[in-house]
Ligand binder design. Structure first.
Ligand code: PMV
Length: 339
């Protein structure tokens, strides 16, 4: 049996602008995770068991573009292994009659916490290890990006990247313009250039969920339409967002996270300008600031989903409470550790 676990993620700065080549910063959220277990089965076939989404099916009965089936087919294909091996090659690989894949997740779906990418990453790792072909982080990231593209149209690649590396990342989508390309790129990540970010001092954020499910694909496509009509104005906004993400990175690395508060407020105003915030997100952002947060902003695709607030460790419970009173259906307090 092999197992793997992948964290959730949250975008701190740069959503939407990242689709247009500006940098974004995201961190893993370890309080929530997707877990996958792959084992031998006495039943023939590849059985998928995901009770959280009421999925109990044999691979063959799922459409090829089903989120889980697509990961399995892509992995088998890239390893050059048949998902339906003959009895002889099954025995050679040490399988029983078939495989059993159990998937569970505590990451709320469709709320900007990267639930889909986390399941993909955990599944790729658990299954590739089971097949005696453990993938490198780069391979996991690149396959996960292919799956993200199937589901999200034109994703920047930030979700699969931060979840694969499970570290704070500074990310620029391909193709970056040379002037925006960061120095010292560590890895050529799937979909973009990714640098892991040093964290000079720990900081705590509270995540508040509006409970409104809003597809990222929709807000990304709406922004694209507006950008086509108002290219100069939107480009200026994206430049400002990019500057904020760059400053945020410096502030995080230099161990002065309190300065992130103002940057969050500024980034939120720019996201409002490009129409991706919503009355519910704005209400939570105001409530967090009023309860003592150092700054707050929406996070991710917007129109619903989550917002984040920077807090002192001591004020975290009060801010979380204020968010719930203002309508958040869930709050998560997470600390980004110094590394
Ligand atoms: O809603 P989320 O957390 O999946 O984030 C979407 C972020 C966007 O920048 C809007 C899109 C993207 O692909 O980066």
């Amino acid at each position: 049996m092999t197992t793997s676990s992948a964290p959730g993620k949250i975008i701190l700065f740069g959503e939407h602008a990242v689709v247009y080549g500006r940098p974004a910063l995201a961190v893993p959220v370890t309080q929530v995770h997707a877990d996958v277990e792959v084992s031998d089965s006495s039943r023939a076939g590849i059985w998928i068991n995901a009770p959280d989404v009421d999925l109990h099916a044999e691979l063959n009965t799922l459409p090829c573009d089903h989120p889980v089936a697509a990961v399995i087919y892509n992995l088998f294909f890239s390893l050059g292994i048949s998902p339906h091996p003959s009895p002889l090659s099954r025995r050679e690989r040490g399988w029983g009659e078939g495989l059993e894949i159990k998937i569970s997740s505590t990451i709320p779906v469709a709320s900007g916490l990267g639930s889909g990418a986390a399941v993909t990453v955990a599944l790729l790792r658990a299954l590739s290890s089971f097949l005696f072909h453990p993938l490198s982080d780069e391979q996991v990231n690149s396959l996960a990006y292919e799956i993200e593209k199937l589901h999200h149209g034109t994703p920047s690649g930030i979700d699969n990247t931060v979840i694969t590396y499970a570290r704070p990342v500074y990310f620029i989508k391909h193709p970056p313009s040379p002037s925006r390309s960061p120095t010292g790129v560590l890895r050529e990540g799937a979909g973009g250039e990714v640098e892991t970010v040093k964290v000079g001092a720990p900081f705590t954020i509270v995540i508040g969920d509006t409970g409104i499910s809003a597809p990222t694909k929709q807000s990304v496509s709406d922004v694209r339409k507006l950008w086509l009509k108002n290219t100069n104005r939107f480009e200026r906004v994206f430049d400002e967002v990019g500057q904020i993400a760059l400053m945020a990175r410096r502030v995080i690395e230099s161990g002065q996270p309190a300065l992130l508060g103002d940057l969050m407020d500024q980034n939120h105003a720019l996201l409002q300008e490009i129409t991706v915030s919503s009355p519910e997100l704005d209400r939570l952002v105001r409530a967090a600031r009023k309860a003592g947060a150092l700054g707050a902003k929406m996070s991710g695709g917007g129109r619903g989903g989550n917002m984040i607030a920077l807090v002192n460790k001591e004020s975290a419970p009060a801010v979380a409470e204020a968010l719930r009173s203002a309508g958040a259906i869930r709050t998560i307090i997470t600390t980004v550790q110094a590394i």
